[in-house]
Design a binder for this molecule. Structure first.
Ligand code: NDP
Length: 331
């Protein structure tokens, strides 16, 4: 079994902010991650230059005291550039506004591995590329920096043109608070593959199971209200997932009745997961690692297909039933 190296702030403190001394750090985008990481860097003593288009995000940056500039200006004026705009706009933005301002010796920092791993970012030769990817939503990146609770962070060096890319990567990780909860040495490939696997293998199975359970139970004559409350409207599954994170996948079973424990473990032991294993392997190898999904998602018509799939989901039997139950339970 593979194990990643984990580095954490401690007596042998890692991530020396000295690696950023004399270098201007730029944060491009002041959204979920941008606002949080810019504030954390400033509190770590590395006040960044913020780049954003002129709109409400720029106003928020201004109100937070960052005096935002255009993306192109911030990129050109920075030596270490944190790319914190949505993944789907990055390839075009980097090509048109970021890359022209990057010089040999600069560092581009991505917060997710997708675009870099699948070859969608054109970064000039001589520029280091590193990944500092918090496993945490932006608001919590800020809250957990302030409280010192920390958050896990996947870190990698993707292109080490300068020979000191690791120093920069770990300094940025430390600056945003990513060494407090453990910096996991990873790669853009690993980060992207795991993210896509959760999205394309695990969650569709969970959604599909709930949809199938709804069909079986309502066809057997049980009421929509009772079925949907049992399945998820009560919020109980969220509680269970919370306990899975804290007490373990099986450790949390102790919170359920003995009848429930026996029923769950007996059914789990009897479950045939061969088809699920094969499906998961196919998603991982044929769709994700082969690059087939990334190529499909880069095509212009994929956006239209997403709109179509959203319409189908929003008008499905389950979506209608859910809306009606919500309405009735409110009255
Ligand atoms: P957001 O959706 O919050 O980004 C919004 C920011 O991007 C705003 O500043 C917005 O400014 C700017 N932006 C949006 N479209 C454009 C455009 N076309 N041109 C220029 N700027 C644009 O992104 P996140 O913070 O969620 O994600 C940033 C990165 O962090 C991504 O790589 C993501 O994968 C990664 N990440 C995100 C996590 C999360 O929980 N959200 C967790 C870990 C990593 P405006 O529209 O005003 O121009």
């Amino acid at each position: 079994m593979a194990h990643a190296e984990i580095r954490r702030e401690g007596p042998e403190s890692i991530g020396d902010l000295e690696a950023l001394a004399g270098r201007t750090v730029g944060v491009l985008g002041f959204g979920n991650q941008g606002a949080a990481q810019a504030a954390n860097l400033r509190d770590s003593g590395v006040t960044p230059v913020v780049g954003n288009r002129v709109d409400e995000y720029a106003t928020a940056a201004d109100e937070a005291g960052f005096a935002p500039r255009s993306i192109a200006e911030a990129a050109a004026g920075s030596d270490v550039v944190l790319l914190l705009v949505p993944d789907e706009v990055q390839p075009e933005l980097v090509r048109d506004e970021v890359a022209p301002g990057l010089r040999a010796g600069d560092t581009l920092v991505v917060a997710s591995g997708y675009n870099w791993h699948f070859g969608l970012l054109e970064v000039p030769d001589g520029v280091d590329v590193v990944m500092v990817a918090p496993r945490m939503i932006g608001a919590a990146v800020r809250d957990r920096y302030v409280s010192r609770a920390g958050f896990p962070c996947l870190v990698s060096v993707e292109r080490d043109a300068s020979g000191s890319a690791w120093d920069t990567a770990l300094a940025v990780t430390r600056g945003i608070g990513g060494t407090l909860g453990g910096a996991v040495m990873s790669s853009a490939r690993e980060e992207a593959a795991l993210d896509l696997f959760s999205e394309q293998a695990v969650w569709p199975m969970v959604l599909g199971m709930l949809r199938t359970a709804h069909a079986v139970l309502t066809e057997a004559g049980f009421s929509e209200e009772a079925v949907l409350s049992e399945l998820y409207l009560s919020g109980e599954p969220a509680e269970v997932f919370d306990h899975i994170a804290r007490d373990g996948l099986f450790g949390q079973l102790g919170l359920h009745s003995r009848t429930s424990q026996y029923g769950q473990l007996r059914a789990l032991a009897a479950a045939d997961v061969t088809a699920t294993y094969e499906r998961f392997s196919s998603v991982l190898h044929d769709d994700i690692l082969s690059g087939a999904f990334a190529r499909e998602w880069s095509r212009p018509e994929a956006g239209e297909r997403l709109d179509e799939l959203r319409r189908e989901a929003d008008t499905s039997t389950l979506a209608h039933a859910e809306a009606e139950v919500r309405q009735r339970l409110r009255h």
